[in-house]
Design a protein. Sequence first.
Lengths: 581, 262
Amino acid sequence: MKSPAYTRRLGLIAGTVMSFTGAIGMIQTFNERTLINPYLRMGDLTLYMTPFVLAWLAARGEPNPLHEPEREPMAGAAQGAVVGLIAGALTSVFLLVINTFDLTEFFPNMRPATIDAMTFDLGVPVGLVVLTAVSAFVGAAGGYIFGLPEHIRRGLGRATGWVLAFALFEVVVADILSFADIIVDVIYGPRGGLQIWSAVIIGALAWWLSARYQGQVKEFSNRVRGADAKSRLRRSMIALGVFAAIVLPMLLGGILNELLVNVSIFILMGLGLNIVVGYAGLLDLGYVAFFAVGAYGTAVLTSTSEAGIGLGLNWWLALPIVLVMASIAGLMVGTPVIRMRGDYLAIVTLGFGEIVRILLLSDWLTPFFGGAQGIRRIPGIPVPFIGEVSGTDPQLFIYFMLLFVGLAVYISYRAQNSRIGRSWAAMREDEDVAEATGISTVQAKLLAFVAGAIVASFAGALFSAKVGTVFTNSFDVLVSIIILVLVIVGGMGSIPGVMVGALVLIGILGGPKSPGLLQEFSEFKLLIYGGLLVFMMLTRPEGLIPSVRRSRELHADELTQDAWLDKGGDFARGDGEEVAT
Amino acid sequence: MPLLEINGLKKAFGGVKALDGVDFHINENEIVSVIGPNGAGKTSFFNVISGMFPLDEGEIVFDGDNLAHHQPNEITRRGIARTFQNVRLFPNLTVLENVMVGQHCRTSAGMFGTIFQTKHQRAEEEMISEKSKEILSFFGTRLAGYRHDQSADSLSYANRRRLEIARALGTEPRLLLLDEPTAGMNPKETIELTGLIGKMRDERGLTVIVISHEMKVVEDVSDRVVVLDHGVKIAEGHYDDVSTNPDVIEAYLGRPAEKHND
């Protein structure tokens, strides 16, 4: 199974990936962030992650479902070292080429600074030797660790995971612990990055906890998942979640609440698109149009500026009108595409999304929508005794987001497990048969479009009140694509999946206009989205948290079912004949 | 008056006349088999009746109303349900959900009721679930118990055929169109299903049109047999008469050899 050719191939792949990340300037940008003071920079981590992972794969050998991979630390280390060596050598050759020829005219990032970033500032030729050596060492480590017994691997994995989480999400930790600045100062270095000994303590603690409570967490989560929807356990978990949602924003500072508000806007849109794509199976690439209708509708109705019509309506009064507008928009998209399917539907909706944006930008409608100037002076959401709440006060605004996300979750959940949800599911599975089973697919499609549009218009209305000004460039096609990606990555048709997808994509990597937790990523956001999407499609197409319907675990295969029937079944005629079929 | 009366039904695909002026009728509580060689137009006949293919000419009178050019869902709502030759279930839905989908056109809960969980909506959901379980119990234990919650694509081939019939029964039809219901089943299962077709008529008061290639099934189950060939009805009558009809034999087997030698 462990063929030299396979190992060589992985080495070449690793080298290519390393060269690529360097060539696009990723390593250089990431190196500005220190993770563990002063030993580990984010760029180095990114660079050497590749030989580590591929060495791990090399030690496993080519995937073969018939054989468990052999786990021998030393053999794995040798193989991993080969992978790392090839990768390092290839990268060195690449850096030599950059060093010799000036390619900055075509590839602006291929400059000496890139070489420095990738060679611990040692430059050519010493740095190249170091690079290759480190790569080989990391590869050997990857192969060695693969060969270790399971409990050690798990411990190492947990420890590394927690240390990296603490290092990467320094902002979050600092924010949560803002009441005790002294702890933060002790854990982290003065210019960011975990202190080495705090990293050791966190790692050791994570290892110990994972060994101590091994399996219990999983068992508990399985119990919660398996529990009846009406059981006490399930209810108390839901109550706990609601309680956490109410208390958490109070503990978090402005930056994190701001981030959560952004994430929530995308959760809302994700939930809406999930109805259209996940439940009803209608691929909508122009979903941002409904978000725009919600945002501009609210803006026009509530703004006091001259650019719009300046109605200055109360946000709560505007909301129902906006919902009606969104429903009409939903019908307007839905009606012409009733007879379209799959690719054609996607293309038409893509066009619709652009039409809406261009109309909003047009001179013709400038008196209403302000054209390129957008609409300004949109008031926040009025609340009795508190006054107007807008995006300048994210710690309060987050509660409106929670309210509407909760509403959207409730609607999605109810719709999914109902007569309407079943008709959507049937239509998604087989449109012709759904029609022949008595479902009016015209009605079902329109209903899905309208429901999706309404949820997106919630997001739009909140967005308007949050930012105070709306411009058309907040509604370009990229937003539609990102919402679709987060639904796919999270898990189509899965409510928690959409939430996790939005948290990962918007919260960590960053949204189309807003930075995420890892601000270093923002320049490479689209690359990472794309990579993530490809990776997910190859390894886990059902998404991070798949819907029950899409990944329903079978209790057993047909033969055991028939065995069960043989024992207890009262067949109309004949016994156990299905075994033969 | 017959439950379904079809006059001069025509359907062409380009130059191929799949149905070329077929007349047909079936009375309430009757079981009629439609047979014919491959490509005779049997499945096209079903597709046109169920509205999945628009017809070119002719009329389809069901219970006094002309259903020609109606949408398939409307035709199902009026009381004609069908199964498919190549089993088309909703594979990722559970067994029970497949049948519950059938109940769609007999129920009415809308978005409002769904969101606000009205009393009517909850009662209706309960009713749908009960009725669907009752329909599945029609097939004995094969689709009952823990199988309710399994996905349809985990079922064996024969069970998929049964489930498809159950889904059709879920629409509470008066007329059921079965397209080769025993295809791919072993002899025992075929006998069992033949019995069930009779039971559907006797116990549930259904009228059934069956397409089948298995003459044993046709003989056992049908009150009357209609033979199609090249989109034309070439014979009609009791099984014994039809099976000895020279035109039918010719359609299936070709002309006797001596005629060729003339």
